[in-house]
Design a protein around this ligand. Structure first.
Ligand SMILES: Nc1ncnc2c1ncn2[C@@H]1O[C@H](COP(=O)(O)OP(=O)(O)OP(=O)(O)O)[C@@H](O)[C@H]1O
Length: 624
């Protein structure tokens, strides 16, 4: 999309050509590095409006996270801020709360011709998420502020209607703004006049999603007085580029955790791995899920859409129901799947990593198999360029992330793992690593360990699955895997798409009538033509290794305990965290017999990650 055809206002911010100048100013800026010893502050002490504090309290959020404690005062002061804090650390509220507070004080004034706050996010899913977050805050605060979300796929008439009520806040993707200019829905001159706050959320992803040109056309109309905020989970050259492009002399907040070493993955996420051949991945995931040695809810990442369907069909035969999320599904369905998963309507979600969309697109184009031609003509699978499931989406109460396929970059790994252990909750991840993925895995490990600490084991072998337990399922798994053919995968993919297109139409009208409601359209329904046979659905006890059986019992007990003691949201304190940890068998148990809580000393430590325990599951926990 090209640049807007208009002359920018005199006081607009410099574009990238003038970035050197901005960089110098930035160097003169204030750099705040948060130390753990600093006294914790309450929302009141941060100077937040009582209406916002009450709204947070109604949602069970009582105490600010570290990034909120640090960023909110600077944003309230009006400073440009670059905030880098790990995934799940509460960055959204860190900017939304002060943004709303600033608008509260303006609320009596005359309406502006265009929204005065823009929040730009990389994907539609994130648009929806941020919009939902800001909407409940506005509703609970009972203020006359209006927020809207716009995405490129919306009809122009819908965009016009959304903007007709002169909203103060616009949540959108960078691609949508030039489209709005081109369609005459937004007026660049009005934006230059009105814009007061610009937020670039998930800034580390905005450029990698290919939004550079779009962002340039936006920045060319950002007035100099506009406060700019840049939120990111990782540091990258893209973030630096954006910083130069948009910000003025910003405060740079890099949140470190206790020690002097930066850890990009929250320490309340226990990271494990299992070494297995590519063919044995189905067997291992079956063992993990069927023997119930991982906590639900589980988010499983794969790299291609076909692999997702293969996995779904395979697990179905064993009576394990899963739902699928990928960029080829209609947007309404995707949003609904996310909503249902977050609401706890199903436990297993198989998600395609958005990194691989280009590859998939090529695969779809290049595949001219006759069997599929008919379906393709009818369904025209098209991947959504603004789809992003891994990055930034706030999956609720995910306990385990499984990398069935390893991600293709360290950043990809960090963002995937960050879907669990959000805010003050804990979680774990299990990566299935085949020999072909070992090199990438070593890179991830050494990145996470950092320069000085290369040998430390941040990702440890998964302790709760014995080799015997896995082997006892081999015959069944291999037999069933053979029945999941390429043709059945293709048919299921087409059928799922067909179902979801129908769902999507129903959902469209449903969402219009009940924007906050959930209906009962099921996304985890069976795709295979035959129902799972009873002998596969229930694994007989004699087949299960006693140690794994014991581990499974503990996982279930821990789950029940967590379910009973779970309070909503915030009031999080170390006490609560400690009791959870005590109940989490991944932190207190290993399948080879030692049940000692910490250190697991004396247990044979296998570094190859194969089945057996190393006791290192009892990884040191730190406070986020
Ligand atoms: N102060 C708080 N206390 C408890 N929960 C919180 C608090 N602040 C935010 N949360 C919750 O934590 C979860 C993660 O927050 P959020 O999505 O903002 O994280 P993030 O830092 O943006 O992560 P990512 O980089 O992955 O997008 C959300 O469910 C949010 O409601």
């Amino acid at each position: 999309m090209g640049k807007a055809k208009f002359k920018p206002a005199d006081d607009v911010k410099p574009e990238v050509e003038e970035a050197e100048e901005v960089e110098e100013q930035r160097d003169g800026g204030e750099v705040a590095e948060e130390e753990e010893e600093e006294k914790e502050k309450s929302f009141e002490e941060l100077g937040l409006d009582p209406r916002l504090i009450r709204a947070l309290s109604k949602k069970g959020i009582e105490k600010p996270t570290p990034i909120q404690q640090t960023a909110i005062p600077y944003i309230l002061e009006g400073k440009d801020v670059v905030a880098r804090a790990k995934t799940g650390s509460g960055k959204t509220l860190a900017y939304l709360l002060p943004l709303l507070q600033k608008l509260f004080s303006d609320s009596g004034r005359k309406k502006k011709p265009a929204p005065c706050a823009f929040v730009l996010v990389p994907s539609r899913e994130l648009c929806q998420q941020v919009y939902t977050e800001v909407s409940w805050l506005i509703e609970l605060c009972r203020v006359q502020i209006k927020a809207v979300q716009l995405t490129s796929s919306m009809p122009v008439s819908d965009m016009r209607n959304a903007l007709a009520g002169l909203p103060e806040i616009l949540v959108t993707t960078p691609a949508c703004i030039p489209k709005c200019f081109a369609d005459g829905v937004l007026d660049p001159a009005a934006i230059s006049e009105s814009l007061e706050i610009l937020v670039l959320d998930e800034a580390d992803l905005l450029l990698s999603y290919g939004y550079e040109d779009n962002l340039r056309s936006v920045t060319s109309i950002v007035p100099r007085r506009c406060q700019c905020l840049l939120m990111s989970a990782t540091t990258s050259s893209d973030v630096e580029k954006l910083k130069k492009l948009i910000l003025h002399n910003p405060v740079v907040l890099t949140l470190q955790e206790g020690s002097d070493k930066e850890e990009p993955v929250p320490s309340n996420v226990q990271q494990f791995w299992i070494s297995c051949s590519a063919q044995d991945k189905l067997l291992h995931i079956l063992a993990l899920l069927k023997l119930e040695v991982v906590q639900k809810k589980v988010l499983i990442f794969i790299n291609t859409i076909d692999m997702g369907f293969k996995l779904k069909l395979f697990l179905e035969k064993f009576g394990i129901k899963t739902a699928i999320l990928n960029g080829e599904l209609p947007q309404n369905s995707r949003l609904h799947i996310l909503e249902q998963f977050n609401a706890g309507l199903f436990d297993y979600l198989i998600a395609t990593d958005d990194n691989n969309q280009t590859k998939e697109k090529e695969e779809v184009k290049g595949d001219d198999n006759k069997d599929n031609k008919k379906n393709k003509r009818r369904f025209k699978p098209k991947l959504d360029a603004e789809f992003g499931v891994v990055r930034g989406i706030d999956f609720k109460k995910v306990h385990t992330v499984i990398n069935y396929d390893m991600p293709q970059s360290v950043t990809g790994y960090i963002h995937r793992i960050g879907r669990t252990g959000r805010a003050y909750s804990s979680g774990s991840s299990v990566s299935l690593v085949s020999p072909g993925e070992m090199e990438g895995f070593e890179e991830i490990k050494s990145f996470l360990a950092g320069e000085e600490d290369k040998d430390s084991d941040i990702i440890t072998p998964f302790p709760l699955l014995t080799e015997n337990a896995v082997e006892s399922l081999r015959y069944r798994a291999e037999d069933v895997a053979k029945s999941v053919t390429k043709i059945s995968i293709r048919e299921s993919r087409a059928q799922d798409l067909r179902n979801e297109i129908i769902n999507s139409e129903k959902l469209k009208s449903h969402f219009e009538a009940n924007p906050r409601d959930l209906d009962l359209l099921k996304h985890d329904k069976l795709l295979s033509k035959t129902a799972p046979s009873p002998h596969l659905r229930d694994i007989p006890e004699y087949l299960v290794d006693p140690k794994t059986q014991e581990a499974s019992k503990m996982v279930k007990l821990a789950r029940a305990a967590m379910g009973n003691s779970r309070r909503s949201g915030g009031g999080n304190n170390t006490k609560k965290k400690r009791s959870r940890k005590g109940g989490d068998p991944l932190k207190t148990f290993n399948a080879n017999g030692s049940k000692r809580g910490r250190g697991g000393g004396g247990v044979g430590q296998k570094k190859d990650g194969k089945g057996s325990s190393d006791g290192s599951a009892n990884k040191k926990q730190k406070t986020v």
